[in-house]
Write a protein of this length. Structure first.
Length: 146
């Protein structure tokens, strides 16, 4: 059961790394941003473009950071740390709840904007299932450092 938990968490972490890389390397906003804004990238003032690219870098760093964090916490899970599933849940909630809110907010503003609601929900589901499986894994947990 622990291997199944870790597998789900690794997939979620890889999603974070992929989306993080996508946002970190973006030179313009995403197509769904253009749909919600009602403007193309070239129609935006250079100052607004700079702000948007900076925000994309912040979001990309957060997604990549979440992916790396989950991968590192998988090592703690494998070693039997009882706190690791809870840490994964809390850290993921802090990152993904606002991301989901933002995606839903853009979509409610402009229903044609194909925001990342689906992938965010998939990642959240994988994390919740993975963390819960880890909590109930048959492998005995021990205290870190013992």
């Amino acid at each position: 059961m622990l291997n199944a938990a870790i597998a789900r968490l690794v997939v979620a972490a890889l999603l974070g790394l992929v989306f993080g890389g996508r946002y970190l390397n973006a030179r313009t906003f995403m197509p769904y941003h253009a749909t919600a804004a009602g403007n193309s990238w070239s129609e935006l003032d250079p100052g607004i473009q700079a702000v948007v690219v900076a925000m994309l870098r912040i979001v990309g760093g957060a997604f990549a950071g979440l992916g790396v964090t989950i991968l590192w916490l998988c090592f703690a899970l494998y070693e039997g740390a009882r706190w690791a599933p809870w840490a994964i849940l809390m850290i993921s909630a802090v990152m993904l709840a606002p991301a989901l809110y933002g995606a839903l907010k853009l979509r409610s503003f402009e229903p044609k904007a194909r925001t990342l609601v689906g992938p965010t929900l998939v990642a959240m589901g994988l994390i919740v299932i993975g963390a819960c499986l880890a909590m109930f894994a048959s492998r005995p947990f021990h205290r870190a450092g013992s």
